[in-house]
Each structure stands twice: as structure tokens, then as C-alpha cells.
Design a protein around this ligand. Structure first.
Ligand code: GLU
Length: 312
């Protein structure tokens, strides 16, 4: 059975890009006769207050895209809030530690962004390995100054995969990603580890998410393999851009759910989104169920989608 998921980080109200991702995740799973679960990615609990998670569920219900499992509804894989799953992450973190793959990193943010570190196309820094070879004495000394974050040592290996929507992709872990965080200095486990563990343990078979996370996929596939967990099929979506080409963000009040709800019916929002995603030829109002039978990934554009002026 196909199991899709929504994995929002509710640091604010959803915007159109988030909605679009939810709609396609829902359609992709439902068109295969599957179901969808909701996992709240509130690892950074201070930035993701529970009330936003509650609003998000209301917004999904308003659109007709409620999840079949998870969130406040609960289910067989509870808890569905990452802030309540630290003990689960710890187990897998310990497996990485037992394999000798983890090391403490004392670099500050400003050190990491210093000129020498190469920047990836997505704006992230490839870690130059500064703390990779520290001796036990150096670690003890530095630990007296500050608590370390923990990185996982990646091999010099190409990870190739076929994205269900964007096709073939390949990255060299050492060169293009570098050793990455699995735990922050304050003890919170990092997104890359949590998302892999959760999707595997929750039985997720397909991950639909924005193309901004395409570059995380090789790291995650390597973690799945290293932790002997089953990997899902990935589908990365083009990003939705404002009519002037800006990237949408939760701060852009102009496309927030609040404003959409004041202006449109849920079917009007879904119909317009389906139109910009290539799923129908006009922006006519549609209920999500009406789009299931004709849904195909090859209708969806592969490059960023600029919202037509005046559509929303
Ligand atoms: N929680 C992430 C976000 O809201 C999504 C993670 C994922 O889909 O893998 O951006």
C-alpha cells in the first residue's frame, strides 16, 4: 500500500507553496489507492508552537486534504510530533556512533561561513572537515569551552537516484555535501536524521516535497542504507514563485491561508493550484477527489512555477 506524508514544520501559517505540496502529496498517494499521514516536524519546538500545528490541520481539513493518520488524530505510529520522538532518534544516533561514524564539531556558525568553505548551489556550506581529525586531548580541551554539535562522517562516494518527477540525480557525498550534522549542540537531533528515521518507521513509501530539498536526498539515502532502513521513492516538486519571481515564504502575507480563506472557497483554491500545476486546463473550482483519476506526475512542470498575476 502506498503511504505518502505531509511533513510540515509549522513555524507559521501555511502558504501556497506548502498547500501545493500537500495537494500533490495527497493526489500522488490517492491516485495509487494509498493513504497519507501527517507528521509535525517541530524539532525546533520553540520555533514551531503547537497552535500552528493545530491551524495547519484546520487548513488541511478546510481544503479537503485531511491526513488519514497522524497529527492530533494519532495512529499506529504515534507520536507524530518530532519534538516527542527524541528517544527514537537517540537509538539510531547510537547506531551511527557505534559504527564510529560520529565526531564532535566545535565550529561556530561564523567559522563555517568563513571565506574558505565552498558554497553549494543551494546556499549551504560544504563542511571542510575542520573537526574531523581532532585528537581525544583536543576534544577534551575544546569541550571545556563549548558543547559540540555532532557530525556524521560521509564517504567519498557518489549517490545516484531517480527522482519520480525530476529524473536522474547524482551527488558525491564528500565533495558536494560534506560531513553533516545529526545533532545540534543543544542536544536536539537534526532534520536529516529525524526525517529518515521517521519516514522509515512510519512506513512511508513515497515522499513528495519541494525541490529545495532535492540536495538533501543523497545524504538521506546514504543514512537509510547505513541504518539498514527501507528508503521511500522521492518526488521533488518545482517551487512556486510569486508573480514577480520571488520565492514564497511564510512571511509573505499576500498568499497566506488567512487571506485565501477570506477570498475563495476551498474548491477555488484547489482548482487554481491544479491549474498552475498542469493538472487541469483552466482554473475552474475543483474538489481534490475530482483530480485523483486524471492525476499523473508527467503533467506537472519540472521547472519553477511562477504564479500568474492576479490568479490568487
Ligand atoms: N519539514 C520540512 C519542511 O517543512 C520538510 C521535510 C521533508 O519533506 O523532508 O520544509
Amino acid at each position: 500500500m502506498t503511504v505518502g506524508r505531509y511533513a510540515p514544520s509549522p513555524s507559521g501559517r501555511m502558504h501556497l507553496g506548502n498547500l501545493c505540496c500537500c495537494l500533490l502529496a495527497w493526489l500522488s498517494a490517492k491516485s495509487k489507492g494509498g493513504r497519507v499521514l501527517l507528521r509535525i516536524e517541530d524539532l525546533d519546538a520553540a520555533r514551531c508552537p503547537r497552535r500552528f500545528a493545530g491551524l495547519l490541520e484546520q487548513d488541511l481539513a478546510w481544503l479537503g486534504l485531511s491526513a488519514d493518520e497522524g497529527g492530533s488524530r494519532g495512529g499506529a505510529h504515534a507520536p507524530y510530533y518530532q519534538s516527542e520522538r527524541s528517544e527514537i532518534y537517540r537509538h539510531f544516533y547510537d547506531i551511527l556512533a557505534a559504527k564510529g561514524l560520529l565526531y564532535p564539531c566545535f565550529c561556530s556558525r561564523s567559522q563555517l561561513h568563513a571565506a574558505s568553505a565552498p558554497h553549494r548551489s543551494d546556499g549551504q556550506v560544504v563542511y571542510p572537515g575542520t573537526c574531523r581529525g581532532l585528537t581525544a586531548a583536543q576534544i577534551a580541551e575544546k569541550s571545556r569551552q563549548r558543547a559540540p554539535a555532532w557530525r556524521v562522517r560521509v564517504p567519498d562516494e557518489d549517490i545516484a537516484f531517480t527522482d519520480g518527477h525530476l529524473g536522474f540525480a547524482r551527488e558525491n557525498l564528500a565533495r558536494d555535501c560534506g560531513d553533516f550534522y545529526v545533532r545540534r549542540a543543544d542536544g536536539v537531533f537534526a532534520y536529516q536524521l529525524a526525517v529518515v528515521v521517521d519516514d522509515a518507521l512510519m512506513g512511508v513509501t513515497e515522499v513528495v516535497r519541494g525541490a529545495d530539498l532535492l540536495s538533501s536526498t543523497p545524504r538521506q539515502l546514504w543514512l537509510y542504507r547505513t541504518l539498514a532502513l527501507p528508503a521511500p521513492q522521492f518526488y521533488h516538486l518545482p517551487l512556486l514563485l510569486a508573480p514577480d519571481g520571488r520565492r514564497l515564504s511564510k512571511r509573505d502575507g499576500d498568499v497566506s491561508l488567512e487571506r485565501l480563506q477570506a477570498r475563495y472557497t476551498p474548491q477555488e483554491v484547489v482548482g487554481r493550484l491544479a491549474f498552475v500545476c498542469g493538472l487541469q486546463n483552466t482554473p475552474a473550482p475543483r474538489a481534490p477527489e475530482d483530480l485523483i483519476d486524471s492525476f499523473r506526475w508527467d503533467k506537472v512542470p519540472q521547472t519553477d512555477i511562477c504564479l500568474p498575476e492576479g490568479l490568487f
